[in-house]
Design a protein around this ligand. Structure first.
Ligand code: RNT
Ligand code: ZN
Length: 419
């Protein structure tokens, strides 16, 4: 066993030779919040109607045993996962995860009181919170349209839901002293070729004008709008496309949410950050892993994940890019999904913080592209793993494969017996 001190000594020497301060890199990663999606724990079911079907063109596949079936189980599972993930964390809630104590609350009537127990819980667990209005898995979204619905009654219902979500998110921020991001994603779209795209987009535009008609305090709530390319059963036209939301975010001064699974397969979100940020105040990320489509696989430590973290660091965008995870895999242990994906996000932040950005950017400015490429390649075999181990230890989180043994134990003791 190599001691952490020894690992740090080696890493400090290796990175130090490039002018990189390992301890400062750890601090930077540690101060960047990562928002973890509550919906990985229960296959996006929520507690509103536990037997309800997941709709809206998204899907969690797999029947791995142990899905959290209620609020208590979800919290318990997340508390466990949380202990395996280093860094500064938030939990992202969807409206369907409300705590209504058994009562049925219509979505247009959700209010802070239905999330008060989450705030208490978040405080006790030193977590921030984010929010998401839920525009799917509901009878009034069954015809495929919510905020762009031509039925005025249905549209108004969803507009009210959207307004309430902003109040709840602001309440999170105020209570916890950490800004809450409130993310709007609607599934609205057509399976087959429409002949009046414009009409639906006009209605969606009008709905956002109504939802954003009142102010919330930016210190507590930041609204975000999420675009998408297509969903299952919504292959021909998504009303809230990328161009639509780029304009919407600009018009209303909102964050644009970039989900890594919501673009054509050869497009990358890493390239979009510095483009979007020329015109918008900020970005919310939904870090996911699309495999051939928007499949929402568990995030791995791949080139694009590193590139996203590097673009944030290289551009000096730590305050303007709000990192959230968005994947849901029901085919393997769900607590391991949380741990693997969130640990990888943390790894990427640390990896990016260890880059000698100033030196590389200088080479580029001098047009020495040969050296730029040579350094970028050699950096890949630096002793990054040693810094990662030290980072985990700093947060009293298991290193190496130890975390997996803990998940297996929890599985045997707690989740395996769930029906
Ligand atoms: C769907 C969007 C959306 C959802 C979550 C559950 O394609 O990515 O963000 O995944 O809100
Ligand atoms: Zn998303």
């Amino acid at each position: 066993m190599i001691s952490t001190d020894k690992k740090l000594e080696i890493a400090r020497e290796a990175y130090g030779a490039l002018g990189v301060d390992v301890d400062r890199a750890m601090q930077l990663a540690a101060s960047t919040p990562v928002s973890i999606q509550c919906w990985q724990g229960d296959d996006v079911k929520g507690f509103e109607s536990p037997d309800g079907e997941l709709t809206g063109g998204i899907q969690s596949t797999g029947n791995y045993p142990g899905r959290a079936r209620n609020l208590e189980e979800l919290r318990k599972d997340f508390e466990f996962a949380n202990r395996l993930i280093p860094g500064r964390k938030k939990l992202s809630l969807h409206a369907i995860y409300l705590d209504a104590e058994g009562r049925k609350v219509p979505r247009n009537e959700i209010a802070p009181e239905h999330f008060a127990s989450w705030v208490e819980w978040a405080r006790a667990n030193s977590l921030g919170l984010d929010f998401n209005p839920t525009f799917f898995s509901h009878p009034l979204s069954a015809d495929g349209f919510t905020l762009s619905n031509e039925d005025e009654g249905i549209r108004k219902f969803w507009v009210e839901h959207g307004k309430q979500s902003r109040i709840i998110s602001e309440y999170f921020g105020k209570e916890l002293g950490m800004t809450s991001c409130n993310n709007f994603w609607v599934p609205d779209g057509f399976k087959d070729i429409p002949v009046n795209r414009a009409k639906k987009r006009e209605i969606l535009k009008k709905s956002y004008e109504e939802i954003f008609s009142f102010e919330t305090d930016d210190r507590y709530n930041l609204d975000a709008v999420e675009s998408k390319l297509f969903g299952m059963g919504v292959e021909s036209c998504t009303i809230g496309s990328h161009e639509f939301y780029m304009g919407c975010a600009r018009e209303h001064g909102k964050l644009l949410t970039l989900d890594t699974g919501h673009f054509h397969p050869t497009e990358v979100v890493s390239d979009k950050l510095s483009a979007v940020l020329q015109y918008l105040k900020g970005i919310m990320l939904h870090v996911s892993r699309p495999v051939r489509w928007d499949s929402d696989h568990v995030v791995i430590f791949d080139d694009e994940l590193k590139a996203i973290a590097q673009e944030i660091a290289r551009g000096g965008y730590r305050d303007r890019v709000h990192i959230g995870l968005d994947y849901f895999d029901g085919s393997i242990n769900r607590i391991a999904c949380w741990a693997i994906g969130a640990r990888n996000m943390e790894k990427a932040l640390l990896y990016a913080a260890l880059e000698p950005v100033g030196m590389l950017q200088k080479l580029e400015a001098e047009k020495d592209y040969t050296s730029r490429l040579a350094y970028l390649e050699d950096l890949k075999t630096m002793p990054f793993g040693f810094v990662w181990d030290a980072y985990c230890e700093r947060f009293s989180v298991p290193t190496g494969y130890e975390w997996l043994a803990e998940v297996k134990r929890y599985e045997a003791e707690v989740t395996a017996s769930r029906g």
